[in-house]
Design a protein around this ligand. Structure first.
Ligand SMILES: C[S@@+](CC[C@H](N)C(=O)[O-])C[C@H]1O[C@@H](n2cnc3c(N)ncnc32)[C@H](O)[C@@H]1O
Length: 280
């Protein structure tokens, strides 16, 4: 099977602009602005997605997880906040995060952080090269500890769904049972004209995007145990009380956190089939 090449740096930069960051060029800003003309809810959706990632990471840290691997980690948002900051709020002594991104600018940021934040590691690689990524990540992370595997706004850049599922499962299997997958994906269930126009505009970045239907997105989580409230639009996933809801318009990102105990390599074989989408 031929795999499409990794996305260009523009993917990280377009998203960074959407988050109010400064690591982007005019062409990245132009693409995001044109996407926003097509769907005015995009800026709020991107912010809502990123906020959900931090809420998910916090919950997982509160459930006792101290180490994370952040696949397709991207660039810091305008507030400069990374997953380490959230994990360290819960585990100030021993939070650890391995960031993975193929793009040069996030990798440079990650390396620049290392001096300031010792318990982090930056792997610059294509996430789909699981063995290479894990070999480097294991310099910081312990495969025998429960782990938060973060794969948010990432796999919709990969055309082959079976291969994307296989890649994700490879990461889950690499760590012991009792960890959690923090996951989001671009949704295709919207006005088809809007969807087509967005995908076409996005391709000007040099990368293709493959939003999927709700059912297809749910299949990434088959056999895992979804934490409440399940797989839903990102802004509505465990919102902070007293924080006004973001006006995302039509849903663009579905978000979920799921326990991957049964897929952990230390789990007995007879636990390996959990009904799809079961809620914990
Ligand atoms: C839309 S951003 C999402 C950033 C972050 N995960 C979040 O949810 O806020 C997607 C990131 O994934 C990275 N990326 C996409 N495909 C990748 C791949 N095959 N390997 C490594 N990084 C990848 C891009 O460079 C970009 O930084």
């Amino acid at each position: 099977m031929t795999r499409e090449p990794p996305p260009p740096d523009s993917v990280a930069a377009i998203y960074n602009y959407g988050l109010g960051g400064k690591d982007n060029r005019q062409l990245d800003r132009d693409i995001f602005d044109r996407l926003t003309e097509i769907d005015p809810g995009l800026p709020e959706s991107v912010l809502a997605q990123r906020e959900a990632v931090h809420r998910g990471a916090r919950l997982v840290a509160e459930l006792g997880v101290r180490q994370f691997i952040d696949l397709g980690s991207g660039l810091p948002a305008a507030d400069g906040r990374n997953i380490y900051d959230t994990a360290a709020e819960v585990h100030p002594e021993d939070a650890r995060v391995a960031y993975v991104d193929v793009a040069a600018v996030p990798a440079a940021h990650g390396r620049a952080m290392l001096g300031r934040i010792p318990p982090t590691l930056m792997v610059q690689a294509d996430v789909r090269e699981c063995r290479k990524v894990l070999k480097e990540a294991f310099e910081l992370l312990d495969p025998d500890e429960p782990t938060g595997v973060i794969a948010t706004a990432l796999v919709h850049f990969w055309r082959s769904q079976p291969h994307a599922i296989w890649v994700l499962r490879s990461y889950l299997r690499a760590f012991r049972a009792g960890g959690y997958l923090i996951f989001s994906h671009g949704l295709a269930d919207m006005d088809p004209d809007v969807r087509e126009a967005m995908v076409k505009e996005y391709s000007h970045s040099g990368a293709n995007m493959y939003p999927r239907t709700r059912d297809d997105i749910a299949s990434f989580l088959d056999g895992l145990v979804l934490l409440r409230p399940g797989l839903i639009e990102a802004s509505t996933w465990r919102p902070e009380p007293d924080v006004p809801a973001r006006l995302v318009g039509e849903a663009k990102f579905l978000f979920a956190v799921a326990g991957f105990g049964p897929y952990g390599r230390t789990c007995p074989a007879d636990q390996q089939h959990v009904p799809a989408g079961r809620l914990a």
